[in-house]
Design a protein around this ligand. Structure first.
Ligand SMILES: Nc1ncnc2c1ncn2[C@@H]1O[C@H](COP(=O)(O)OP(=O)(O)O)[C@@H](O)[C@H]1O
Ligand SMILES: [Mg+2]
Length: 528
């Protein structure tokens, strides 16, 4: 089933609707397979762009006339194979263009551009129409002004109009197919995610991540210390948790401490605890993390940020299982598994004497190296789906989807903040999307929107020069785009389907760009 109500939110459709309003003064309507009008035209307070239609809908049963027209169209479309046809409406000499929406051989509805008249309409025909309108309940002056607002179209105009309306139905078909495919994919993902593409809370289908899952499986059952390296946001803490929750220690505590968040004294007391009176403000004994995590796992995040004296203390716990709380005279014993992480280049730190080698070798029994997201971009779509679903569920919203273009932009971007940045971006666009089901690229943060991926080569092999490269990247790209389309239109003799193929864009998006850059043939001819 097509969700017709959603159509008006589709960027391409609303853009095409604007073009139809602007160029031809017609309204874009659509109805489902039962000829039930699903566009907003029957809504209370709808603002008509076409004056004739407005006058018609002011008549007592004006909406039934358009309803009849849709029924007639459905009947015709069930008999003929044409996709788009020019029809005569209930009102004499009034015409409209309709295009059918058929998916997998099933008739799902109709799109209509209504109303206009032929430029060859005679005065007698005009009078006939006005008389009919008056018979249907319009005042004579309303009927006359309604007629005067109708666009009088030449045969060439009508051909263009047919092309545009057909484009709308094609977009609806494509959208519908995309949604069905996506739903299938999400179902697939949900069932697949069970094992291969996830480990504990971690998600990713890339070879690199799958290798990590296999390593983690082996590591979890052992007691060995683990050292995790990776850029910010690559999931180091997630790895530490996965190791703990699949280990024999899972029923005891997993505690984490960010070593870079404390100065030396505070970290000392945080990790090892202190005795009452050890320093000003120490009004009672305090347990440290090494004591609290007894029997469990302690995650030392950003261990590269610890001082050399702290490193000595850490080495001692690791080697002897003992530590000294601040202000205490005798050491305490603990049994803690250590997992440490850093985003720093630890080898370089050792060479500079900033990190103790003995500590490094003691922790680095098992080494997990997490790749940056840009080195496993296969994981981006699956992560996008995951975070999108999570966020929509949390907010109690129906599941949204990303438009194709949006997906492309996300794939082109290099994600310096890795999975964390991706997660934040998705939270952001879900909020910005509001009630819209489709997340379009305009919602993306500018840095992502402006990401440039691999450039598609033009088939003409032409060079484009003379672009102003001093302004913003966006302006330069738009200039390039406009030049490529202008040149391309000439080369393809204004055959937009052909050019769209050459440029690797949809016909709809090419037509929108032609409009955006004012490259329309007829308007140009008028200006030259
Ligand atoms: N592979 C992954 N699958 C799902 N979520 C992930 C993955 N990697 C990271 N995240 C999420 O990204 C955020 C950052 O992860 P985190 O483990 O804190 O990264 P790091 O400690 O490396 O900076 C967290 O919200 C985490 O849940
Ligand atoms: Mg972290």
């Amino acid at each position: 089933m097509i969700n017709w109500k959603e159509m008006k939110n589709l960027h391409v459709i609303s853009k095409l609707e604007q073009i139809l309003n602007k160029w031809y003064g017609v309204e874009l309507l659509w109805a489902d397979s039962h000829s039930k009008i699903q566009s907003s035209h029957l809504d209370k307070g709808y603002e008509f762009k076409n004056h004739f239609f407005k006058v018609q809908m002011g008549m007592s049963i004006g909406h039934e006339y358009i309803q009849q027209d849709f029924e007639k169209v459905s009947a015709v479309f069930s008999d003929v194979s044409d996709q788009t046809i020019v029809f005569e409406s209930f009102f004499k000499h009034i015409k409209f263009v309709a295009s059918k929406v058929v998916v997998d051989g099933e008739f799902l509805g109709t799109v209509m551009a209504y109303p206009f008249v032929s430029d060859s309409i005679t005065d007698e025909e005009k009078d006939e129409l006005i008389k009919q309108m008056v018979d249907c309940g319009a005042s004579e002056s309303d009927a006359k002004s309604a007629f005067s607002h109708l666009k009088k179209m030449s045969a060439v105009d009508v051909e263009y109009l047919e092309e545009l309306v057909e484009l709308v139905s094609e977009e609806i078909i494509e959208f519908h197919e995309e949604i069905s495919k996506r739903e299938e994919r999400i179902n697939e993902l949900n069932s697949e995610l069970g094992d291969k593409y996830r480990y504990h809370m971690m998600i990713g289908k890339s070879k690199k991540m799958q290798q990590i899952y296999r390593l983690l499986e082996k590591v979890s059952s052992s007691e060995a210390s683990v050292f995790i390296q990776g850029e910010n946001g690559t999931g180091k803490e997630l790895v530490a948790k996965a190791i703990h929750y699949y280990s024999p220690r899972k029923d005891n505590m997993f505690l984490a401490v960010n070593c870079s968040a404390f100065n030396d004294n505070l970290l000392d007391s945080e990790l090892f605890g202190h005795m009452k009176g050890a320093f000003t403000g120490a009004i009672k004994d305090k347990k440290g993390l090494f004591e609290s995590a007894n029997g469990g796992t302690l995650f030392l995040d950003e261990i590269g940020d610890t001082s050399l004296s702290m490193q000595v203390k850490l080495l001692r716990v690791l080697q002897e299982g003992t530590f000294l709380p601040v202000g205490a005279n005798s050491p305490k014993r603990t049994d803690v598994r250590i997992i440490a992480a850093t985003n720093k280049n630890i080898k370089e730190m050792m060479q500079k004497g900033e990190f103790r080698e003995d500590l490094y070798y003691r922790i680095n029994v098992i080494n997990v190296n997490l790749p940056g997201l840009k080195d496993r971009s296969e994981d981006i779509p699956i992560l996008m789906d995951h975070f999108l679903k999570k966020r929509c569920d949390e907010m109690g919203l129906p599941l949204k989807t990303f438009s194709k273009k949006c997906m492309e932009k996300m794939l082109d971007y290099h994600w310096p903040g890795n999975v964390r940045e991706l997660e934040n971006e998705i939270e952001r666009v879900v909020v910005l999307a509001g009630d819209d089901k489709i997340i379009t690229p305009d919602l993306l943060s500018p840095r992502i929107l402006e990401a440039v991926g691999s450039v598609r080569g033009g088939s003409s092999g032409g060079m484009v020069s003379g672009i102003n490269t001093n302004g913003t990247l966006k302006a330069a790209l738009e200039e390039l785009e406009s030049i490529m389309i202008r040149e391309g239109l000439k080369r393809c003799n204004f055959n937009k389907s052909k050019l769209a193929k050459e440029l690797g864009v949809s016909r709809a998006s090419l037509i929108m760009k032609v409009d955006k850059y004012g490259l329309d043939k007829r308007k140009k001819a008028a200006n030259e």
